[in-house]
Design a protein around this ligand. Structure first.
Ligand code: NAD
Length: 351
């Protein structure tokens, strides 16, 4: 067995109440003027974080939006300059973390991440920017948060529907990490355990959103799955989700949830070790069917039609998905893509 594994320099503070560690995390990094970033919906939480930061709180930019529009990134960089920030605190889901990364990309300002969804961006050196309806992504160590504070209490109010789709978003990172061209046994351990943890926790969260123990397990699973995303190269599933989110404006986590069983059904026959790991994690012999059933039982959207996609969009999706080559366990032909999209549009795994 030969493989390469490169550990990312991540510091993680995990546990109930760990938000209170923010001042220590800021001072460890030597930060004295921190710009706090959030979406409009997380403003109150961001202000709470600001109070905790005390004198190191330089200001709040609470306008983060999904897929980091390029003009918004510019406005956030201007806010960082105007407040004389020497670092950022990104609190919320992938939209807030993504905005922190966009600032770090051009300024090098260190980012502290406080994730409140299961998207996993805080664990990756991957940045994304959307301009003129096209989402660009890249990898740069400068955007990797220097410190990540996971506090399960902050996820207690994450609505059940968002919790479920965000959890599937995390599972998708692990699925693609298991068959990635740069997969390794170390990352595969994290992937399998991340899926196991989320698969067990999400039904409990769906039944009782305030179950702190299940929230803790889900966040731990999301951390592991995010680390998988950060450590490996993603394939067809993430490519399609970028196109559907970036160009067609489909909701990020929901589109991951809908597509995952279809991409799994397409790819897993060519990735036996990944399929075995997922069978163990999900305790099933039918991984795609299990994922589809779980999504249905947990009340998630099940078809691309529900997300307002139409067959008329397929040509553009296929063209964009094939524009640049990427690794995948199976060759991705236009025909195969059309067949996969047709099934996902209808929401049925049957041919
Ligand atoms: P999001 O950050 O847009 O959050 C979704 C909504 O949930 C927002 O309105 C937010 O205010 C709200 N919310 C967040 N936490 C909450 C909480 N605890 N309680 C109540 N409401 C809460 O969505 P997301 O799915 O977390 O992130 C999606 C974005 O992240 C996309 O742009 C995606 O491309 C990006 N992403 C990037 C990476 C990466 O590695 N670069 C990885 C995953 C996702």
């Amino acid at each position: 067995m030969t493989f390469t594994y490169e550990a990312l320099p991540m510091r993680v503070v995990f546990g109930t109440g760990s938000l209170r560690q923010l001042p220590q995390e800021a001072s460890r990094l030597g930060l004295r003027r921190i710009l706090v970033l959030s979406t409009p919906g997380r403003r109150a939480l961001a202000e709470r974080a600001g109070v905790l930061l005390g004198e190191a709180y330089a200001g709040l930019f609470a306008e983060a939006r999904t897929h980091v529009p390029a003009d918004l990134a510019e406005a956030a960089r201007a806010a960082a300059r105007a407040t004389g920030a020497d670092g950022c605190l990104a609190i919320g889901g992938g939209s807030s973390i993504g905005l922190g990364k966009a600032i770090a990309l051009t300024t090098g300002l260190p980012v502290i991440g406080v994730p409140t969804t299961y998207a996993g961006s805080e664990m990756t050196p991957v940045w994304g920017l959307t301009d003129n309806g096209r989402k660009r992504t890249g990898r740069d160590r400068a955007v990797l948060p220097r410190s990540v504070v996971y506090d399960p209490e902050l996820t207690l109010r994450l609505p059940v529907d968002t919790s479920v789709t965000s959890g599937f978003n995390a599972v998708a990172h692990a699925v693609e990490a298991l068959y990635a061209p740069d997969a390794s046994p170390i990352v595969s351990l994290m992937a399998e355990e991340g899926v196991r943890s989320l698969a067990a926790a999400l039904p409990v969260v769906a039944a009782d959103a305030g179950d702190l123990r299940a929230r803790t397990d889900a966040l731990r699973g999301a951390w592991l799955c995010g680390a998988c995303l950060g450590a490996t190269t993603m394939s067809l599933h993430h490519k399609l989700c970028h196109v559907l989110g970036g160009t067609f404006g489909l909701p990020h986590a929901a589109v991951h949830t809908v597509l995952l069983p279809y991409v799994a059904a397409f790819n897993l026959p060519a990735a036996p070790a990944a399929e075995q790991a997922l069978r163990r994690a999900l305790a099933t012999d039918d991984v795609p069917g299990h994922l589809a059933r779980a999504a249905t039982e947990l009340g998630a959207p099940r078809s691309l039609a529900e997300l307002d996609l139409t067959e008329g969009d397929f040509d553009e999706i296929i063209a964009q998905a094939q524009a640049r080559p990427y690794a995948n366990p199976r060759p991705v032909t236009a025909e195969a893509l059309r067949s996969l999209l047709t099934k996902a549009l209808k929401g049925t795994l049957a041919p």
